[in-house]
Design a binder for this molecule. Structure first.
Ligand code: NAD
Ligand code: 89V
Length: 340
């Protein structure tokens, strides 16, 4: 039985704890939060009796196989480095860090300690997105040359995550990071990036709209467009709509998880809706199922001794796109993405 500890008992951590509880061969034996009330509520909800206010104290006292960090970004670097000092495999929520340099240092600390590190970058683990990627892998649309990844919403994301309204940066760092990672997952690495940002909602501090064009290494082009300022009657939050044109056919992941595969002679429609797990709640169920999928992947990787798909090392490439997007928006030019 793998013994894990979770740090950060806030809004999103409940999903992670539900998913850990469902997985065989793993148990969260201790939790930590600097907020005593959140710690008590979460401990009572999930029946976890070993509770700590201080993460260093928890790692010193507990016998653990891994640590799962679900705190907000300012604490990520110190907590990942703490886990590395204890030579503990570690999962950290996205965004790994506010700067590329911090993220690089965190990945280096885990590598030096010889411990696996995974970023909880769960969007590419969503069942509908994996179904779309499978169709591409099967060669059904030939070679993709264009894609669009759209997340447009008017959902009040600030109600559950008030800190999102307060940062100098918002949509690229918090949400665009997921969509850029999905773009990499579907279309491969990007070599160039151009981005424009807007702030439409005057009540928040950062940008709530971003439009990004990626030039992929193999010559394909993608558009990643994100908005939390779009008034929509039939709100689709938190669905990512995707279209991919290939030289032999076309794929669309449309509203309400309808996947169409077409060419000049045929049109197929599939329902690729994610399952509704017993503890999940609409409209979050697709994200919640992806949490279960990424955590299952972690357990499998620990058992097999292999690097997680969304490892720290892999995630640096997504963070390089986030970095380039802010640079492109500030400087008004296309950025050559460093093939780090
Ligand atoms: P939150 O503010 O609700 O919860 C964070 C918790 O961490 C708080 O209870 C806080 O007291 C605690 N904390 C902060 N620093 C700590 C420290 N040093 N030691 C112990 N506890 C500490 O935040 P949230 O909305 O749950 O977001 C947490 C992380 O999850 C963020 O990085 C966010 O981007 C990410 N997130 C990811 C997804 C996803 O789909 N992957 C969705 C939502 C949030
Ligand atoms: O993934 C996230 O961090 C969330 C959400 C999906 C709502 O944007 O903030």
């Amino acid at each position: 039985m793998l013994r894990g500890a979770l740090i950060g008992c806030g809004f999103f951590a409940a999903n992670q704890l539900h998913a850990w509880r469902d997985l065989e061969g793993v148990e969260i034996v201790a939790i930590c939060d600097t907020d005593a009330t959140r710690l008590a509520v979460t401990g009572d909800q999930f029946g976890i009796v070993r509770r700590y206010i201080d993460a260093a104290e928890m790692l010193a006292a507990e016998k653990l196989d891994f640590v799962d960090i679900a705190t907000t970004p300012p604490s990520h670097r110190a907590l990942v480095e703490l886990a590395a000092r204890h030579r503990l495999p570690v999962i950290c929520q996205k965004p790994l860090a506010a700067t590329y340099a911090d993220a690089e240092a965190m990945v280096a600390a885990c590598a030096a300690a010889g411990v696996p590190m995974m970023v909880h970058e769960n969007f590419r683990w969503q069942a509908p997105i994996r179904a779309l990627r499978t169709v591409i892998d099967e060669g059904r649309i030939g070679t993709p040359f264009f894609a669009r990844f759209a997340f447009r919403s008017g959902f009040d994301v600030y109600a559950a995550q008030p800190y999102l309204a307060e940062g100098e940066r918002f949509i690229i760092e918090d949400l665009g990071i997921h969509i850029l990672d999905v773009a990499r997952f579907v279309m491969g690495e990007a070599a160039t990036l151009a981005c424009r940002i807007q702030r439409v909602n005057p009540a928040i501090r950062g940008e709530d709209v971003a439009t990004i064009m990626l030039g992929h290494a193999g010559g394909a082009t993608s558009i990643v467009d994100c908005s939390y300022a779009t008034p929509i009657h039939d709100e689709l939050f938190p669905q990512t709509l995707i279209e991919v044109d290939g030289d032999r056919g076309r794929l669309k992941l449309e509203a309400n998880y309808r996947l169409t595969i077409e060419d000049r002679d045929s049109l197929e429609v599939h329902d690729v809706a994610p399952p509704l797990l017993s503890w999940a709640e609409r409209p979050w169920h697709g994200i919640q199922e992806s949490v279960a999928a990424i955590q299952r992947h972690w357990v499998e990787c620990l058992a097999a001794g292999c690097e997680p798909d969304t490892s720290g090392r892999d995630n640096l490439r997504t963070l390089a796109l986030v970095d380039a997007a802010y640079r492109s928006a500030a400087e008004g030019r296309t950025i050559d993405v460093d093939p780090r």
